[in-house]
Design a protein around this ligand. Sequence first.
Ligand code: NDP
Length: 262
Amino acid sequence: MKTFAVFGDPIAHSVSPRLHNKAIADLALDALYTRVLLKDGNELINKFRSLKLKGANVTLPHKEFALNLADDASEAARKIGSANTLVLKNEKIYAYNTDAPGFLKAISNFKEAKSAIILGAGGTANALAYALRSQNIDVCILNRSKARLDKFKDHYECFSWDDYKEHKFDLVVNSTSAGLKDDLLPTPKEILDGILKSAKFAFDVIYGKQTPFLKEAKRQNLACKDGADMLLYQAVLALNLFYNGSLDEKKIEISMREALSL
Ligand code: NDP
């Protein structure tokens, strides 16, 4: 039997075990997926090996440790600067990032987007910016504070709230945690109104609730999506990586979608 796990802190809320165990059962795989509370990211690989895992997912706040401590990493994970999936192959641990392709699958119906603004400059924004750029979509980053923009400014157009000048974008992505546990918008209302009035599509990485950002985007008649499909697809792609790409992703998706709606 293969054992997989998700590492994070906190981890009790993670839906990954529910998604993966449903797909494991439906696809009749001989495996088990569990969760591990990990306080110290430096211990990630030691824990992975001592639990004799064949694969793992890594969530906040350990995605950079996953990239840096693995034996090898995909080009995408290296360019993004973080990994959410670890796979054991021939006793070596490989790091991947499935958030980026998961996001692209989630926005696949936003076909005509040629330009995008990402609100927020945290770890997730890196994966989203890389994903959009890979599709030749122009990317601009807008963040509350200047400090986190440093790691983006060589590659993307960047603004803080203080120096933002009005632009037009097809797609607006909220990658901040504003709206997760509060009723805040990701930018001041006047900035957001200016962005939304000329945009066609809105995506929020937050899932499971109608955020003030999505409410505002709906009010302005944009096509909207929350982060549930991104969560789903990153898991679909991760499970298939655990099995070296040999599984049927459509079957995994059907199974995990059922688990998500339970
Ligand atoms: P980080 O902590 O790395 O970054 C948070 C970002 O949000 C920063 O840019 C920060 O700005 C900004 N921010 C925080 N609070 C506010 C606020 N009140 N107003 C404006 N900006 C704010 O987080 P991550 O990038 O790792 O994660 C962001 C979100 O993405 C989380 O809600 C997470 O749950 C979600 N997520 C969803 C996934 C999915 O599959 N759907 C996958 C991964 C993450 P500043 O620099 O000024 O502090």
